[in-house]
Design a binder for this molecule. Structure first.
Ligand SMILES: [Zn+2]
Length: 287
């Protein structure tokens, strides 16, 4: 008889909170979702998250909690300040969840979590060197190199959103011009085109793919990684024309021998990706 270990998985996004139970084979056996409260009350928001966790029938026996949360945050999620969640500024998410559940709790950036999940059982399964990206309201990412997720000085390694892809491009919320996030995010697309990304025309879709491909090309040229997995509502909503444009730009920009042939592919885990990635944030600590 084998006791299957499972973990609690939590995803904190600007529009949705999710909690689930994920087994050590990657199977998501239960999930609960709720809209992210938009008020300024940080404790009320945490209460909503706690209510979701407490509602999970399969939770008993879980050995840890893994969390993906929007950035920025201090290392390990000790103080999170998700851009899209004004109620949390320096919120002690890891400590609050550990206290609520009584379990070891591990927090990381949501895009880094997604990269872990795709590398575990998704489109980058078995790959030792790849970048996982999210192109949705914002643009984020996580890099796995030599089989290891990169953290960096403050835990933000892989945040491709602020790579410069147009030197004199649009003004980014960060203050720079031509960041990938200022050219290719859903927010940027709406601002530039005057229409939401869901109503983008063919030219906008192709341009967005080109910008994302340009960013990936620099990553591939810098880090010698042959694969990019792209998730997020904008990228996946645009679909094939987006990925074709991104691949074409990659082929044009990755010319040094080791970077030639770098591929960009859609993420495979769909709407399960955030929770499966969050689970891996915890499970990777036990490996
Ligand atoms: Zn920026």
């Amino acid at each position: 008889l084998r006791v299957v270990e499972h973990v609690l998985a939590v995803d904190v996004g600007g529009t949705k909170l999710s909690a689930g139970v994920v087994r050590d084979d990657g199977r998501l056996v239960e999930r609960l979702d709720a809209p992210t409260l938009s008020g300024r009350d940080g404790d009320a928001l945490f209460g909503e998250l706690a209510r979701l966790i407490d509602g999970l029938d399969e939770a008993p026996g879980a050995v840890a909690v893994g969390v993906g949360c929007g950035g920025p945050m201090t290392r390990g999620g000790e103080a999170v300040s998700p851009l899209n969640i004004p109620a949390w500024r320096g919120f002690p998410l890891r400590a609050r969840l550990a206290s609520h559940t009584g379990l070891p709790t591990f927090v990381d950036n949501d895009a880094k979590a997604l990269a872990l999940g795709e590398g575990w059982i998704g489109a980058a399964r078995g790959a030792r060197d790849f970048i996982g990206m999210v192109v949705s309201t914002g643009v984020g990412g996580g890099i796995v190199l030599d089989g290891r997720l990169l953290d960096g000085n403050a835990g933000n390694a892989g945040h491709v959103g602020h790579m410069i892809v147009e030197p004199d491009g649009h003004l980014c919320a960060c203050g720079a011009r031509g960041c990938l996030e200022a050219e290719a995010s859903g927010t940027a697309i709406a601002k530039i085109s005057g229409r939401p990304a869901s109503e983008a025309d063919a030219a906008t879709i192709a341009r967005t793919g080109t910008m994302v491909g340009r960013g990936i090309a620099s990553v591939a040229n810098l880090l010698d990684l042959p694969l990019a997995v792209v998730a997020g509502s904008v990228a996946l909503g645009f679909g094939a024309p987006f990925f074709t444009a991104a691949q074409r730009e990659l082929d044009a920009r990755c010319r040094i021998e080791f970077a030639r042939g770098t591929r960009v592919v859609p993420a495979a885990l769909g709407d399960r990706a955030p929770l499966i990635g969050a689970a891996q944030v915890a499970l990777s600590r036990f490996a």
